[in-house]
Design a binder for this molecule. Structure first.
Ligand code: GUN
Ligand code: FE
Length: 454
């Protein structure tokens, strides 16, 4: 019998497909020294009793209490770490004004490493406490503070993918907050990539540098071209904003006479390791290009309700074979919780399907076949995120990382409404999706290590 680093016993929910939840009732989860799930054993399997006999009672045997469940850790595909400092504020003005009035002045303060440390410590801990085990972060233009964010993820045990933001166009960005010039933007990005790769050597869970043009309006053609080349040279992930709002989408059309997707592709910025935030205004050709290049969409449903001027047809994009995950888009989205974003993803899709203008007849109000179920939204927050990043995460399955959150439905101060001992586990799953708050998340594990408990 193999020797495992940890053995867990309990009931887990994980995606079988975008539509279906796989329920692993009272299974054993065997974790190896690398923090990977080496073996999953069902109660009827021959190994079950022998494994129990060996591990039960040992320090590395963990049995869930009644009313507790495993979920995969969440994968947040779009977080602006510095913007945690303004979460919940300034959501009442359009994107362009919000960036210039609030966001760029805030981000400029991350030249100060002491301030950066305070905010970055908090945002990483807060996301872990909300069940987010992997996060794809935008930092700021500052190289040192961006490396600091990667260091904090490494120290706290979160799987962090971090980008130093590039904004080099002197015409488009304020003097107080931009790269000094194109050359230094590219040189700083290369230094940043090398520094994070060095850091990653001692972080078991994985820490990754990400090439990060903020969005096309922030960057010169030369910067976009150079960033595409750096991503290819170092085989990095790539992130940006794509076709987010009427204004941002229109700006790119005016500049290049094509949509963001094709413009980004011309600069070598669409690949299997690319994740583009928002993408509300992708047309069918753009979507086909995403599917062909393996580029993923970070769907940010809360932020989109404020800044995107529309509801993204996420069901349609999924049907076209585009990889999609979920993003909080802190602070365009106010919530650090992907549970909240799962809920908003479902609700927004229902409003797109039915339409929202009561003055129109029912048959003309909406866009048919737009709804997604809560199972699909959960898939986006977990398995879809893992696929988007091309990493073995987001599922509770063999050869996936042991990245989990342990949910307690019987917390005395916040019991979920479960009254029948034999309630259908599918119903319990839905109650968890809609009603869990951070206090129900009792433990969070990343790559086989406990990184949060309460
Ligand atoms: N487009 C460019 N920068 C940003 C940002 O920080 N947030 C959002 N939502 N959109 C952007
Ligand atoms: Fe964003």
């Amino acid at each position: 019998m193999s020797e495992y680093t940890h053995l867990f016993l309990g009931t887990a929910f994980t995606s079988k497909s975008p539509q279906e939840i796989h329920i692993l009732k009272d299974h054993l989860f065997c974790i190896n020294v690398d923090g990977m799930i080496a073996n999953i054993v069902a109660p009827e399997d021959a190994d079950y009793q022998p494994l129990l006999a060996v591990y039960q009672g040992k320090d590395n045997f963990h049995q869930l209490a009644d009313g507790q469940y495993f979920l995969p850790g969440f994968v947040d595909l779009h977080v602006h770490a510095p913007q945690w400092a303004q979460s919940g504020t300034a959501l009442d003005i359009p994107l362009y004004d919000w960036l210039n009035t609030y966001t760029f002045p805030l981000e400029s303060k991350f030249a100060d490493l002491e301030f950066a440390k305070k905010v970055y410590d908090d945002v990483v801990s807060t996301l872990l406490a909300n069940g987010t085990t992997t996060a794809l972060y935008f930092a700021t233009v500052h190289k040192e503070a961006s490396v600091l964010l990667a260091q904090i993820c490494a120290d706290k045990g979160q799987r962090g993918l971090v980008g130093k933001v590039v904004m080099d166009d002197a015409e488009q960005n304020p003097e107080f907050y931009r790269d000094a010039d194109t050359q230094s933007a590219l040189a700083d990005t290369e230094d940043f990539i090398l520094a994070v790769k060095e850091l990653a050597k001692s972080a078991k869970q994985g820490i990754y540098p990400v090439v990060t043009p903020r969005f096309i309006p922030s960057c010169t053609d030369d910067a976009l071209q150079g960033l595409g080349e750096l991503a290819a040279k170092y085989d990095t992930h790539i992130q940006s904003h794509c076709s987010e709002s009427d204004w941002a989408h229109g700006y790119v059309k005016d500049r290049f006479n094509k949509n963001d997707a094709y413009a980004l592709n011309d600069f070598g910025l669409l690949s299997d390791k690319s994740v583009m935030a928002h993408c509300n205004f992708l047309d069918d050709q753009d979507a086909d290009l995403f599917a062909k290049t393996g580029t993923a969409v970070a769907h940010c449903p809360i932020s989109n309700a404020y800044f995107a001027n529309s509801v993204i047809p996420v069901a349609h994009l999924h049907d076209k074979g585009v990889e999609i995950g979920l993003g909080s888009d802190i602070s365009g989205g106010f919530s650090p919780s992907l549970f909240d974003n799962i809920r908003q993803a479902v609700m927004s899709s229902r409003m797109l399907e039915d339409g929202v203008n009561p003055a129109l007849p029912a048959g003309e109000r909406g866009l048919p076949n737009s709804r997604i179920t809560v199972n699909q939204a959960f898939y986006l927050a977990t398995a879809g995120g893992g696929e988007s990043l091309s990493l073995p995460i987001g599922r509770i399955g063999e050869n996936y990382a042991w990245d989990v959150q342990i949910i307690d439905t019987k917390l005395p101060a916040a019991k979920l409404p479960i009254y029948d001992e034999n309630e259908d586990l599918n119903d319990i799953f839905q109650k968890i999706m809609y009603l869990v708050s951070p206090e129900h998340i009792r433990e969070v594990w990343v790559q086989g290590d406990k990184v949060h408990s309460r």
